[in-house]
Structures are given as structure tokens and as C-alpha cells.
Design a protein around this ligand. Structure first.
Ligand code: FAD
Length: 403
């Protein structure tokens, strides 16, 4: 089995394939050198940890130990704290996640090869299965785009994925108004020193502020100025280290009507993307890996397993893809929501995937500090119960019993 692309999808699939049968010959081919990746921390929730503990407790334990927990979500408007939203989740640096998966894969005997840019599959003619997990711009997918019936749609906003040494304890949404319109970021810490900071705005604002003509350093200094109220003198970083253009992008929404062709399977971002504002791409990539590994165990041969994988995973993605679309559309229309009362605005942000009266009442009530404490205790208890159910020992995320 060959996985083209050493991201979360390919590495996790290689681990599960080896765990299914140590005699499987599994190779992961990655174009980047070892230790080089793009992006900063990614968020996830207990549901992913549950899946990981069920499928490979060893890597799950390492991921849980390395992750940072963020407690509550907050909205900041024009540099000032506006609303408390609550909730909790986890975040982990992408580099750390990949390092854990690479070590685990190698430990199980997976052949992980770096600095191999795969341009065609001629070197893998003898493979029983090739997994195209080469990301959003998958070359392998593009070669058979007609068969897969790939649909690519570009988001209207501009975004840039940055890091910062401002450590946000809460998952932070900060909205700032400039003379050219609104800019906002989603920020959360993923270790004790660094947070992810994804800045987004409408294209007209981006152009009017001159970002289309700025280099990376100038871009960072300008954004630090705009968000000084929330960054409080801390710096923003990107990974290009002063070279080339600032990595602003438009989000690409990818869907495919078919997820396999002969013995080639699409997985992770190569198969589908969901807007980063719902923080699910990594989870879905790893769940694809779980799905394909399970079908390979359950079905009598590779073609039947691929058919079952295609059917099961495509169906299970429909709801989350809809939610992601609603969320990205909400962010494309921020200027039309942002001028309302702060709590109503936070409600609309919270319910960008679909609304509920209960969540509005809860949001109103949770502006009271006393209720915030109660909700924290409730989350704490929920997390503790899930940890006990997973049956793991003392790890960094583990909490003492509630009460
Ligand atoms: C701004 C932003 C924020 C995000 N935040 C979150 C978040 O908080 N939570 C979350 O769950 N998800 C998040 N995501 C989504 C997440 O990053 C992706 O969904 C996830 O990385 C997909 O994993 P993958 O393995 O399919 O692809 P990737 O992680 O993209 O890995 C693909 C790999 O294939 C390699 N490759 C590509 N072409 C070739 C080739 N020809 N030959 C060899 N190797 C090749 C690449 O170098 C790469 O290492 C975010 C995405 C963005 C853009």
C-alpha cells in the first residue's frame, strides 16, 4: 500500500494498515523534507480523541499528552472584550501532530520517505492500493478529475494562517474595524508559548488596505497594528521568513462525486475540504483513514472495500459540509452582522451553522460570571467522564475528578 502525502490522513492510514496486519507492506511518500510543514496549531474536540483512542491508543495517548486545552470562547470587538461564549476544546501544533504520527508509523515498520515529489504513479504499479492523500491541490486527483467529478469552489474572503507569541487561553474571535472595512481573527493557543492566529477579511478590504502589494514582513507589521488591542504588543509570524509574497489565500471548497478510481483512493483534503472556521479538516482526514482501514478489514478484496469506503464516508460528510458552508458564508458576510448588539452578534456567530433558541438563552445567561463558573465545572465533569470511558491513565489533559 502506498500513501502519497505524509499529512494526517496518509500517516494515520499507514498506522492503521500496519496495525491491521503487520505483514502489510506500507509506504508513505512525502514531498517535503522531514520536519517541514505548513500551518500552525489545529483545534479538535473530544470526539476525535474518542476515535483515536479506539483505533490506536498509543498515538492517541501521545496526541492527548501533547495537546493544549483551551477553555471557553470569547468575542472581542474593536479591541475590547465583548462576549463570553463558553465551551472547551484542544489544539495541537501541526508539526507536533505529524511528528507523533511519523514516529508511530516508523515504529510499526511503515517506510516513510521524504523529499519524494510524486508526479505520476509509474513507480507504484505493483501496489495493491494507492491512497491519494496529497492535500487540497492533489495532483493525483487532478489527473482523474473527470472520473472523480471534482468540484472546486473558491471562498470570497482572503485569509492568512499565522502564528503569534500572544498566548490566548480562550478561543478568541477578535473583530477590528479599519477605514477600509472589517478584519477579524480566530486565535487559540496550541502550546505554552504559541497561538494560531488566522486573519480573514473581505477581498475589497484586503485590496483597499494594500495587502495585495505588501511583502510578508510589512503584512505582519500592519496586522499587528490593526490587532494591537488584542495582541497587546506581541508579534505575528508566518513561515516564509521574509521571502516572497505574504501567503494570503482564498479558501478552496473541494467535493468529489467519486472517491476511488481502480486501486486509487482519495482521502482527506484531496477528497473534501471543510472551511477552517469549523476546525474539522484534520479530524475528517483521520476519520477517512479509520473508515478505509475498517473496510479493508471487513471486505473480501480491495475493490469491494473501496466501494464501501466511498459510500460510507461520502454520506457521513454531507452534514458537516453543509455546516462548513454555512459557517464560511457567515464569515463572508461579517460586515452585515457586526453592528448589532454584542450578545446578538455573538449569538449569530455561535449559531452560524444553524440556530437554536436554547443556545440564545444559554448565551444570555452565561454572560454572568457566576454561571460561567458553573458551566466550566459542567464541562470539566463531561471531559472527566469521557476520559474515564476511554480508560486511559494520567496524561496531561487528564483532570482530577470533578467536585
Ligand atoms: C487556515 C487553516 C486552518 C485550519 N485549522 C484546522 C483546525 O483547527 N482543525 C482541523 O481539524 N483542521 C484544520 N484545518 C484543516 C487541516 O489542515 C486539513 O484538513 C488537514 O491537514 C488535511 O489533512 P491531509 O492529510 O488530507 O492533507 P495535508 O495535511 O494537506 O497533507 C498533504 C501532504 O501531502 C504532501 N504532498 C502534496 N503533494 C504531494 C506530492 N505530489 N508528492 C508527495 N507528497 C505530496 C504535502 O506536502 C502534505 O504534507 C485548517 C486548514 C486551514 C487552511
Amino acid at each position: 500500500m502506498v500513501c502519497v502525502g505524509g499529512g494526517p490522513a496518509g500517516l494515520y492510514f499507514s498506522i492503521l494498515a500496519k496495525l491491521s496486519n503487520p505483514k502489510h507492506d506500507v509506504t508513505v511518500v512525502e514531498r517535503n523534507p522531514a520536519g517541514v510543514t505548513y500551518g500552525w496549531g489545529v483545534v479538535f474536540w473530544d470526539d476525535l480523541l474518542d476515535d483515536l483512542f479506539q483505533n490506536d491508543p498509543v498515538s492517541a495517548q501521545r496526541i492527548a499528552q501533547a495537546a493544549a486545552r483551551w477553555d471557553t470562547q470569547e468575542v472581542h470587538l474593536r479591541g475590547r472584550y465583548a462576549t463570553h461564549i463558553g465551551g472547551y476544546g484542544f489544539a495541537l501544533g501541526r508539526d507536533r501532530l505529524l511528528d507523533i504520527l511519523i514516529r508511530r508509523a516508523k515504529g510499526l515498520g511503515v517506510d516513510v520517505r521524504f523529499e519524494h515529489d510524486v508526479t505520476d504513479l509509474s513507480a507504484f504499479m505493483d501496489a495493491d492500493l494507492v491512497v491519494a492523500c496529497d492535500g487540497v491541490n492533489s495532483r493525483l486527483r487532478q489527473r482523474h478529475a473527470h472520473h472523480f467529478q471534482t468540484h472546486v469552489e473558491e471562498g470570497r474572503n482572503k485569509y492568512i494562517w499565522l502564528g503569534t507569541n500572544k498566548v490566548f487561553d480562550a478561543f478568541t474571535f477578535a473583530f477590528e474595524e479599519t477605514s477600509a472595512g472589517w478584519l477579524w481573527f480566530h486565535g487559540y493557543r496550541f502550546n505554552s508559548e504559541t497561538s494560531t492566529c488566522i486573519v480573514e477579511c473581505q477581498e475589497a478590504t484586503w485590496k483597499a488596505l494594500g495587502f495585495d502589494a505588501m511583502g510578508p514582513d510589512e503584512t505582519l507589521r500592519k496586522l499587528e497594528g490593526i490587532f494591537q488591542g488584542r495582541l497587546q504588543g506581541k508579534s505575528l509570524f508566518n513561515q516564509l521568513k521574509g521571502m516572497g509574497r505574504a501567503p494570503w489565500l482564498n479558501f478552496k471548497r473541494i467535493t468529489n462525486e467519486r472517491w476511488y478510481h481502480d486501486n486509487l483512493a482519495l482521502m482527506g483534503d484531496a477528497a473534501h475540504t471543510t472551511h477552517f472556521s469549523i476546525g474539522s479538516g484534520t479530524k475528517l482526514a483521520m476519520q477517512d483513514a479509520i473508515g478505509l482501514a475498517r473496510q479493508l478489514r471487513a471486505q473480501p478484496d480491495v475493490p469491494t472495500a473501496l466501494e464501501a469506503y466511498d459510500e460510507e464516508r461520502r454520506a457521513s460528510l454531507l452534514a458537516i459540509q453543509l455546516a462548513a458552508r454555512s459557517s464560511s458564508e457567515w464569515f463572508e458576510n461579517v460586515p452585515s452582522y457586526v453592528d448589532q448588539d454584542a450578545t446578538r452578534f455573538a449569538y449569530s456567530l455561535l449559531n452560524r451553522r444553524g440556530s437554536s433558541v436554547w443556545s440564545y438563552l444559554l448565551l444570555m445567561a452565561s454572560q454572568q460570571p457566576s454561571l460561567q463558573g458553573m458551566l466550566r465545572t459542567l464541562h470539566h465533569s463531561k471531559q472527566w467522564v469521557r476520559e474515564q470511558r476511554r480508560g486511559r491513565g494520567a496524561v496531561a489533559l487528564s483532570l482530577p475528578p470533578p467536585g
